[in-house]
Ligand binder design. Structure first.
Ligand SMILES: Nc1nc2c(ncn2[C@@H]2O[C@H](COP(=O)(O)OP(=O)(O)OP(=O)(O)O)[C@@H](O)[C@H]2O)c(=O)[nH]1
Ligand SMILES: [Mg+2]
Length: 400
């Protein structure tokens, strides 16, 4: 639709001008008194119903100063009060709803473009580096995050030999992976276990306590339960302590913790079992900050379940990045189909892996880690997972 503006001393003259210029096949979109006369906005040509409706919606509230007068065979005016300069009908786009709609559409177009670009990049990469793209596919099959996989294969050279390329990428992973050599059972100290709910913190604390008691004597160990969130949490540890002759203390809040720690300062290993909190909640962070404020240094370990998906794992470490966690203990390896998500967490966060558990039995199911043994476990996932990885996942390796 072509939109034009007419100005005349009065409505009659303005309508005469319209008829003279555009004939009778024209729509009067608005008329209003302006300084020195009357202004008419007309539309001719194909009617854009959406545009006219939007005029109507945006202008309903503004009162008209002059009623439209129909010239012979000039069609009745649509509701109107377009206050934008008529030379700029696009002034419609200053409407907040229109802007929001445009933003949504632009974001959609941007997403689509990015998706297409990463698709092109993946297909180009596959054509130019067939072996490396196979390695990337293999890593993704293990559950390694595609973007991390892309970075890892970028570090290996081109080779026609798939086995050599796979070996090369494993060397890159091995060099990046950090592990700790049995720090808690060998050195003791004040240790706190933090992590989301249900990952196995209390079970792990019991395993450490029982193992340490077996190695160095039950009188050398104290378990402190700070979990007042869950009904019976203290009771669970007390029963366990009674069975093994290990001292168990329960504290209702973090304020009394320094006092309790001072009382047990002669013990070789003090394990603080923290309540489970969702990692993005302030409680999670505050509980750790409270520990860092203690007079005796506490070594905090993140406990994460290997069954957790990659996105949830990465959400775990982000809020803790500045809190100097000593390392990570991975639980539930026995239940995880693939270990790639946990491996991705370790490589991306640079948190050293300290212990793994693959079962519920106290104290048996607890292992120290060596890089080789852990990577071997990661690789056994490849045998379990046979379904091909869809291209859409591999394309994520090239997303910006
Ligand atoms: N399969 C398997 N189960 C485990 C492992 N470690 C812990 N569990 C089980 O996971 C469940 C939760 O363990 P808890 O130790 O209570 O977990 P938590 O992190 O203390 O839980 P909250 O205190 O509620 O946050 C229990 O049934 C444990 O037996 C493991 O390595 N493998
Ligand atoms: Mg617990």
């Amino acid at each position: 639709m072509k939109v034009r503006r007419y100005f005349a001393a009065n409505t009659r003259s303005a309508l005469e001008m319209v008829r003279h210029e555009e004939g009778s096949d024209v729509l009067i979109l608005s008329n209003r008194k302006v300084d020195g006369g009357v202004e008419l906005i007309t539309g001719s040509g194909e009617v854009d119903t959406a545009l006219v409706n939007r005029f109507a919606a945006t202008t309903k509230t503004a009162p008209r100063t002059t009623e439209p007068k129909a010239a012979p065979r000039v069609e009745a005016a649509a509701p109107s009060a377009l206050d934008e300069p008529p030379g700029n009908p696009e002034g419609l786009w200053t409407n907040p709803q229109t802007i929001a709609q445009m933003q949504r559409e632009l974001t959609g177009i941007k997403d689509l473009l990015e998706q297409q670009l990463s698709g092109f990049a993946w297909h180009d990469f596959r054509a130019r580096h067939p072996t490396r793209s196979r390695v990337l596919r293999g890593l993704t099959q293990l559950g390694v995050a595609p973007q991390l996989g892309g970075k890892l294969v970028a570090e290996i050279g081109d080779s026609a030999d798939y086995d050599a390329a796979w070996h090369a990428v494993m060397c890159v992973i091995e060099a990046r992976l950090r592990v700790l050599d049995d720090p808690i059972l060998r050195r003791g100290g004040h240790v706190a276990l933090c992590g989301p709910t249900g990952v196995g913190k209390t079970t792990l604390a019991s395993k450490f306590a029982a193992r340490y008691a077996l190695l160095h004597g039950a009188e050398e160990v104290v378990l402190i339960s700070t979990d007042d969130q869950r009904l019976g949490a203290h009771h669970q540890l007390r029963t366990f302590g009674r069975l093994l002759g290990i001292q168990v203390e329960a504290v209702a809040n973090f304020e009394v913790l320094p006092e309790r720690l001072a009382e047990v300062s002669n013990k070789a290993l003090v394990i603080i079992d923290l309540p489970g909190f969702a990692p993005h909640t302030p409680e999670f962070r505050e509980s750790l900050i409270a520990l860092y404020g203690l007079p005796d240094p506490v070594q905090c370990y993140l406990v994460a379940a290997a069954t957790t998906d990659y996105l949830s794992l990465s959400r775990l470490v982000a809020p803790l990045a500045d809190l100097n966690l000593v390392g990570c203990c991975l639980t539930k390896l026995d239940e995880a189909a693939v270990l790639g998500p946990a491996l991705s967490l370790l490589l991306e966060s640079a948190l050293p892996l300290a212990y793994i558990t693959a079962g519920q039995q106290v104290p048996d199911d607890l292992e120290g880690v060596s890089k080789r043994a852990f990577l071997q476990r990661v690789l056994t996932g490849a045998e379990r997972r046979t379904a091909p990885v869809p291209s859409a996942i591999l394309e994520q390796a090239f997303a910006r």
